[in-house]
Design a protein around this ligand. Structure first.
Ligand code: DQA
Length: 141
């Protein structure tokens, strides 16, 4: 099984960015842990700060991977374009937010992606990515 993790804007700064909210681990280190935990799964990773690049990545992933885990970061709260892409492709997409978006500012409470994704996880820290992989591995999408 092949899964692509796509992280959006500012998630390249994990580890130093607001550590009280996002923790002190950078994503590359965590990715190593994920690959250890799910040795049987081919986990690809891409991060971009640019909305169009995230859209391109989703479109390209559509034929190449079995599922996508998407943390579109702030674009989750603004991007109808990204939601349209998730709707346009057949590949199952699981939304992940590291922080609990419902416990934060009200502008973070709504995500355009939640309704178009297979499932949505928020507030589990980096473990949310592992939980998403666990779900994708065990569900018949
Ligand atoms: C985030 C939550 C978003 O509101 C925020 O803009 C992010 C990260 C999260 O993973 O908790 O950049 O998606």
């Amino acid at each position: 099984m092949k899964i692509l993790i796509i992280n959006g804007p500012n998630l390249n700064l994990l580890g130093t960015r607001e550590p009280q909210i996002y923790g002190t681990s950078n994503f590359e280190n965590y990715l190593g842990e994920l690959r250890q935990e799910f040795k049987e799964i081919n986990i690809d990773y891409l991060q971009s700060n640019h909305e169009g690049d995230l859209i391109d990545a989703l479109q390209i992933a559509a034929d190449k991977v079995d599922a996508v885990i998407l943390n579109a970061a702030a674009y989750s709260h603004t991007s109808i374009a990204l939601a349209d892409t998730v709707k346009a492709i057949q590949t199952p997409v699981v939304e992940v937010h590291i922080s609990n978006i419902f416990a934060r500012e009200s502008f973070r409470h709504h995500s355009y992606l939640s309704a178009v994704c297979k499932a949505s996880l928020s507030g589990f820290g980096l473990r949310g990515y592992a939980m998403a992989i666990y779900y994708l591995k065990h569900e018949n999408n």
